[in-house]
Design a protein around this ligand. Structure first.
Ligand SMILES: [Zn+2]
Ligand SMILES: [Zn+2]
Length: 259
């Protein structure tokens, strides 16, 4: 792990929240780190030795545990941009981490909706989804003892994929099945590479914020979005996404991929 050479946020200093009329301003305080997944320049996360994938996941966990001690940080976002069009500015296979003084809007929205669902059903919505999807099988891509990889019911883009722990787990920090996670992650990426001829993609880890690490309603997961469609006026203007590939078809292609 190394600090990002061109960090989006700076680790020193205070947030210094100030009001400017109706607007709020704060300093870009945070940590921006880069994980070099393997010394070999020619490999990608899907072609690395499995051990390197597992070690990378462990490194995410260790850095997150460490950054949690800094009480300026409320959330750590782990992500990966693969390929130029997905925003990667380095060729060598790497992932990134940004520790933030606020909870990202998208994560907060997922948390709020999950909490609301829990409020009237007393069940975690992600556990319910996993239960239904593993019985239906139509949108399941692969499974092992601890994790499932699936095409979500309403994907924002073709071949959007989610990997979730099968048993309820609110935070990535509670995970201790790194080998099985590495296995399903690498298998999913190999399937994507096979079906879509190594597309650029973005990968994100969504987890509970530090202050609410253990809860009954939010369930950590990995989202993978291959970059196949363009975000244009309709999407920016509406927040709706046009997806030409039904998730059942995407899951079937991925299941049948010879990897
Ligand atoms: Zn759950
Ligand atoms: Zn999510």
């Amino acid at each position: 792990m190394v600090p990002n050479k061109f960090p989006a946020l700076h680790v020193e200093g205070k947030e210094n929240r100030v009001g400017e009329g109706i607007y709020d301003r704060m300093n870009g305080v945070g940590a921006h780190e880069v994980f070099i997944e393997n010394p070999d320049h020619n490999l990608t996360l899907s072609s690395l030795p499995l051990k390197s994938v597992e070690d990378t996941l462990w490194a995410f966990h260790q850095r997150m545990t460490d950054l949690k001690q800094d009480n300026r940080f409320k959330y750590v976002l782990i992500f990966k941009n693969e390929g130029d069009e997905a925003g990667a500015s380095l060729e060598h296979s790497h992932s990134q981490l940004i520790a933030l003084p606020i909870i990202p809007h998208l994560v907060q929205e997922e948390i709020d909706q999950s909490r609301e669902y829990y409020g009237y059903k007393e069940r975690c919505i992600f556990c319910d989804i996993i239960h239904q999807e593993t019985s239906d099988k139509n949108r399941i891509i692969s499974e092992n003892d601890e994790f499932v990889s699936l095409a979500p019911f309403a994907p924002r883009s073709p071949f959007e994929t989610m990997i979730l722990p099968k048993k309820h787990e609110s935070s990535f920090l509670l995970n201790n099945h790194f080998k099985l996670l590495a296995e399903i992650l690498q298998k999913t990426l190999k399937q994507i590479d096979r079906v879509l001829a190594m597309p650029p993609y973005n990968l994100m880890v969504h987890t509970s914020p530090f202050h609410d690490e253990t809860n009954n309603y939010y369930h950590w997961h990995i989202e993978i979005i291959p970059k196949l469609t363009k975000i244009a006026g309709f999407e920016w203007g509406s927040g709706f996404y046009i997806n030409p590939t039904p998730p059942e078809e995407a899951a079937k292609f991925m299941r049948e991929a010879v990897i």
